[in-house]
Write a protein that binds this ligand. Structure first.
Ligand code: TPP
Ligand code: SF4
Ligand code: MG
Length: 279
């Protein structure tokens, strides 16, 4: 048993892409520790789904969220204590179905959170319904004749929503994914990692991804190049697709102040409210 493992029994299907995501994240935590980020400062959350079990299998502090709400949960954690590095594990149904407004607004306001998307193009836990990222023609119990909708492009959507760090990884390229995760957590602002995650039971994409994944040899120079890479259909480039420095939401909101360490007394708060009301 490693020191990031919990007592929870792992119930993912053998071969699931989630195993690689979990291993890559454990590697990332250890690399972050080597860089001086204490383990107790890394706080996690997750939605509901197969991806959500990542929360059960990681010995880190956090709060298990509900379907589509882990992005809101970690934003609250960050505002309450800006010293924390907060990470949300999200599913594609979770983040871009139920939680799509949270994703867009978290990116728009440059909330200092990291979202790791377990993008398997399917509702895995509920056994195979189509999601916003399912390919056109995808067959499952809710689309027996094949989905007639076009999929969302998570990278392009997050770029358009003003995310300041956008990346894509593949669990088969485990060390590469771990490096992306490290940089995503280190980034000050909204960081989004779209992980191409094969679901062996309901959407087995290993063959397709093995043929189409290509490691980017540079970080695109600007937004336009990033968007062009995000929209490529001939290949699936992985790596950091966009990175921009911009003040994060909590700093715009209250500078370097930390409500945990700089908590006003009751009297000070009443005085502050009175002064605000008298304006
Ligand atoms: C508010 C709410 N709506 C729906 C559900 C039922 N539900 C649980 S998991 C799930 C699908 C999860 O799919 P996804 O987010 O893609 O995660 P995956 O299982 O593929 O990792 C659904 C619809 C729920 N638990 N709560
Ligand atoms: S149903 Fe799919 S996503 Fe869920 S554990 Fe099995 S292979 Fe993984
Ligand atoms: Mg899914």
């Amino acid at each position: 048993m490693d020191d990031l493992e919990t007592y929870a029994e792992n119930t993912w299907c053998p071969g699931c892409g989630n195993f690689g995501i979990l291993s890559a994240f454990k590697k990332a935590v250890r690399k972050l520790e080597e860089k001086g980020i204490k383990r107790e400062k890394i706080i996690i959350s997750a939605g509901i789904g197969c991806h959500g079990k990542t929360f059960d299998y990681l010995k880190l502090s956090g709060l298990y969220s509900i379907h589509g709400r882990s992005m809101a949960t970690v934003q609250g954690m960050k505002i309450a204590n800006p010293d924390l590095k907060v990470v949300a594990f999200a599913g594609d149904g979770d983040a871009f179905g139920e939680g799509i407004a949270h994703m867009i607004f978290a990116a728009k306001r440059n909330a200092d959170i990291t979202v790791i998307l377990h993008d398997n193009g399917v509702y895995g836990l509920t056994t195979g319904q189509y999601t916003p990222t399912s390919q056109k023609g995808f067959k499952g119990p809710s689309t027996p004749k094949g989905s007639i909708e076009e999929p969302l492009n998570p990278l392009a959507l997050m770029l358009e929503s003003k995310a300041t760090f956008v990346a894509r990884g593949y669990p088969v390229k485990l060390d590469h994914l771990a490096d992306i995760m490290v940089q995503a957590v280190e980034h000050e602002g909204f960081s989004f990692v779209d992980v191409l995650q094969p679901c062996v039971s309901f959407n087995n994409t290993y063959k397709k991804y093995n043929a189409m994944v290509e490691i980017l040899d540079h970080i695109p120079a600007n937004y336009e190049e990033a968007m062009a890479i995000a929209k490529r259909e001939d290949k699936l480039p992985i790596g950091i697709i966009y990175k921009k420095e911009k003040p994060p939401y909590h700093k715009e909101l209250y500078g370097d102040s930390n409500p945990v360490t700089k908590r006003m007394s009751r009297e000070e708060r009443i005085k502050k409210i009175e002064s605000l009301l008298s304006l």
